[in-house]
Design a binder for this molecule. Structure first.
Ligand code: SF4
Length: 224
């Protein structure tokens, strides 16, 4: 039988902060950024997490000890694209064995394995990501996340983005109360300028609004 000392993975960073966006925004959390992402969004703010050979190698046992020492009960597994990691399922099992509440941030491009995740945060990518549609929208994966009660988060900047969200909602039968809209912008001023319109769209369609707090507080900084 394999133990946590036998499982190795590569992580980009592990840090404690508050959840910056989505339904649990503001919750003190430990972030585990798993290395590796093959999606390739043009505006990605974590390009350092793309190459699966980079980051730091760590055993699952050592990683779980880091998470434990960091403190917060809520753990956000992010990336990169964490579902691309072969160690994803053992990582989730290990975190649950520690008694942590686990959220996973994903682009929704991989069918999720049968693991005990408390909250799936799925950021389906829109056309403005620059990623070809067959790469960013995988119907089988989206349907599975929907059936698991996932939250679907969208970064929107203009009315055309909203139209795209509405088309995706209709195509994949996503429940309105599970859709979260967040204003586009890697600078505080940009985000704030877009907030009133995004709030209006949320009110009109019964979606939830979320700021991207990390950008509002720290701007485009790493590890916060
Ligand atoms: S899926 Fe996430 S990590 Fe991967 S390129 Fe897109 S924004 Fe970056």
């Amino acid at each position: 039988m394999r133990t946590t000392a036998d499982v190795a993975l590569r992580v980009s960073e592990v840090f404690a902060s508050i959840q910056g966006e989505g339904p649990s925004v503001g919750t003190p959390s430990v972030f585990v950024r798993v290395q590796g992402c093959a999606v390739g969004c043009g505006w990605c703010d974590t390009k350092y997490s793309w190459d699966p050979r980079r980051g730091r190698a760590v055993t699952l046992e050592a990683l779980l000890a880091e998470v434990k020492a960091a403190g917060p009960q809520n753990v956000v597994v992010t990336g990169g694209e964490p579902l691309e990691s072969p160690a994803f399922a053992p990582l989730i099992d290990g975190l649950k064995a520690l008694g942590r509440r686990v959220e996973v941030e994903t682009a929704g491009t991989e069918v999720p394995p049968a693991v005990e995740v408390d909250q799936w945060n799925v950021s389906l990518k829109l056309a403005h990501s620059g990623v070809a549609e067959p790469r960013r929208l995988r119907p089988e994966a989206i349907a599975r996340f929907r059936d698991l009660g996932a939250w679907f988060k969208f970064v929107v900047g203009e009315e055309g983005d909203l139209d795209e969200v509405l088309a995706l909602q209709a195509r994949y039968a996503l429940p309105s109360e599970r859709i979260v809209l967040m204003p586009l912008g890697m600078r505080r001023e940009e985000q704030v300028a877009r907030m009133p319109a995004v709030v209006q769209w949320c009110r009109r369609h019964g979606f939830r609004f979320s700021p991207r707090l990390h950008v509002l507080i720290w701007g485009p900084r790493r590890g916060v």
